[in-house]
Design a binder for this molecule. Structure first.
Ligand code: ADP
Ligand code: ADP
Length: 228
């Protein structure tokens, strides 16, 4: 599971994230929703450790990732898999080869990598498309490849940074179903960052509403819906 404690990020005098607190359990989808400029992408970068918070901590399975050295961070980062908006696949590599990338960097043996890629393709329903290049895949299929790649190193936490943004409603629903299935099958803690409230209603167990760097409302989705 992942805990964000008193997370603050400032650029000079500009405070972009102001004392955020939340926790996401294994087997839970936690959505962070907010308008443009709220601080969502800064939060995503602090969670996947591309940015160092100014203060506060990001704790995964009991370990404070913000206190690690550069070298330790490279290992720790594997515990968090990230899916981006336009899944940033390498265009000259097939679906299978894209999923294999993190395993290659890690030096996993060829046989083990092949086995794991096949399992991941199967998990995201793309076994038949293993040898297709990104341009031959639909937007939804490309996001599935992005999800499989994010899972290649068996993370405890899956971070989705606007992963359904720009997809049509039908495709969004199919990606949402996949993420819910992965939440259950792999017991993942999923942090789902989006500006789309409709998608939050479809996917979230819990929600935080982010506005100008602060969480202005949070709780179980069912409770928030019945409170109003
Ligand atoms: P969102 O993803 O919700 O649109 P961002 O995290 O991109 O929000 O940005 C939140 C605020 O932080 C914005 O006002 C933006 O201008 C500011 N900001 C983001 N990155 C930087 C930076 N590197 N330096 C200064 N201000 C920044
Ligand atoms: P085992 O300990 O036998 O691998 P698990 O229930 O942990 O059993 O995993 C079942 C399968 O799911 C394994 O093949 C494993 O590779 C895969 N798996 C487990 N956790 C993750 C994860 N977080 N991300 C991706 N794949 C996973």
């Amino acid at each position: 599971m992942i805990e964000v404690n008193d997370l603050t990020k400032a650029y000079g005098d500009t405070v972009v994230l102001d004392g955020l607190n939340f926790g996401v359990d294994s087997g839970e989808i936690f959505a962070v929703v907010g308008p443009s400029g709220a601080g969502k992408s800064t939060l995503a970068q602090c969670i996947n450790l591309l940015e160092r918070p100014t203060s506060g901590s990001v704790v995964v399975n009991g370990e404070d990732l913000t206190r690690l050295s550069h070298k330790q961070l490279r290992v720790a980062r594997r515990r968090i898999g990230t899916v981006f908006q336009s899944s940033s696949l390498l265009s000259r590599r097939t679906a299978a080869e894209n999923i294999a990338l993190p395993l290659e960097y890690l030096g996993v043996t060829k046989g083990e990598a092949t086995r794991r890629v096949q399992e991941l393709l199967d998990r995201v329903g793309l076994t038949e498309r293993a040898d297709a290049y990104p341009f031959q895949l639909s937007g939804g299929q490309r996001q599935r490849v992005g999800i499989a790649r994010a899972l290649a190193l068996r993370p405890a936490v899956l971070l989705s940074d606007e992963a359904t943004s720009g997809l049509d409603p039908h495709t969004t629903s199919s990606v949402v179903s996949l993420l819910r299935e992965l939440r259950d099958d792999l017991n993942l803690a999923i942090v789902f960052i989006t500006h789309e409230m409709n998608t939050v209603l479809e996917i979230a167990d819990s929600v935080a509403r982010l506005d100008r760097g602060r969480i202005v409302e949070s709780g179980r989705l069912v409770d928030l819906l019945t409170d109003h």
